[in-house]
Design a protein around this ligand. Structure first.
Ligand code: B12
Length: 230
């Protein structure tokens, strides 16, 4: 057990410090040490559950980054390195979240709205939805309303998930909801990202929001089963 806790703390530290792998020169005081890439892989091999790596190392690590950025202790280049460290670890987790493609519940189109390039939260939501048996079509970041509409039609999607991390880009969600709902009133639209509240989701006509990936899966399943008030 102590072993797992050590892995989790070391991985969280790599996210906090932006340490990607042993070849990375950044940060200089950790030169030559293993990064999130190697540690996530070794933790999985040692039997640490992927969900623990995600929720007890990667997410808290990024929360520390968020706090330090807010307090002026970290700057944009530092956060970019943390985002890279996070992505490297997430790639090892991905296969463990896939449910094998046997019972697909339907397709969900995911994307970060236009003007916004934050994608870590969206990637985590994608992993959880895939793990729960949904097929995810990830449109990436900076996605205009028209692209969501095209993707819903092209993939016969049952739901759309919109992510935004900026208060400015969050306002764009309303246009996406209107555009998609006008053409496909039955498609469910979930919205999320740090600034999004349930009140905001309701006001823009979305079918709901959730602050974390477990909540997003629950919300989608409930809404898809008919109980849209999620
Ligand atoms: C990492 C980061 C970056 C990285 C992003 C890298 C990447 N590949 O994503 C970089 C360095 C590129 C970046 C850039 C900027 N950033 Co930034 N960034 C962050 C930071 C530190 C962490 C975000 C993150 O990854 N969190 C971890 C994940 C796991 O959490 P999450 O995204 O919230 O997702 C969870 C939930 O919200 C939810 N969720 C997310 N999406 C969805 C979707 C659905 C459908 C559902 C149901 C749920 C859901 O579930 C997720 C999993 O738990 C935050 C600080 C913070 N506290 O959020 C600032 C923050 C979001 N950034 C901020 C700013 C200002 C910027 C910049 C404008 C900075 C600048 N001056 O240029 C640029 C904007 C660029 C752009 N056009 O988008 C501000 C936003 C302020 C505001 N209120 O608008 C924040 C809050 C920092 C701050 N305190 O000032 N940033």
């Amino acid at each position: 057990m102590r072993h797992s806790e050590d892995f989790l703390e070391q991985i969280a530290l790599c996210i906090e410090r932006g340490k990607v792998d042993s070849a990375a020169a950044f940060p200089p005081d950790l030169a030559g040490r293993e990064g999130s890439d190697e540690l996530a892989l070794r933790a999985l091999q040692a039997g640490v559950p992927p969900a623990d790596i995600l929720s007890r190392a990667l997410v808290p690590g990024m929360e520390r980054v968020g706090r330090k950025f807010r307090d002026g202790e970290l700057f944009l280049p530092d956060i970019l390195m943390s985002a890279r460290a996070m992505t490297a670890a997430l790639e090892h987790l991905e296969p463990h979240f896939l449910s094998g493609g046997v019972r697909r519940k339907g397709r969900v189109v995911l994307g970060t709205v236009e003007g916004d390039i934050h994608d870590i939260g969206k990637k985590i939501i994608a992993l959880f939805l895939q793990g729960a048996g949904w097929e995810v079509v990830d449109l990436g970041v900076d996605v205009p309303a028209g692209k969501f509409l095209e993707a819903v039609a092209a993939h016969g999607a049952r739901a759309v998930g919109l992510s935004a991390l900026l208060t400015t880009t969050m306002a764009r969600m309303e246009g996406v909801v209107r555009t998609v709902k006008a053409a496909h009133p039955d498609v469910l639209i979930l919205v999320g990202g740090a600034p999004v509240t349930a009140e905001f989701a309701a006001r823009i006509g979305a079918d709901g929001t959730a602050p974390d990936p477990g909540g997003a899966v629950e919300l989608l399943e409930k809404a898809a089963a008919g109980g849209r008030e999620a």
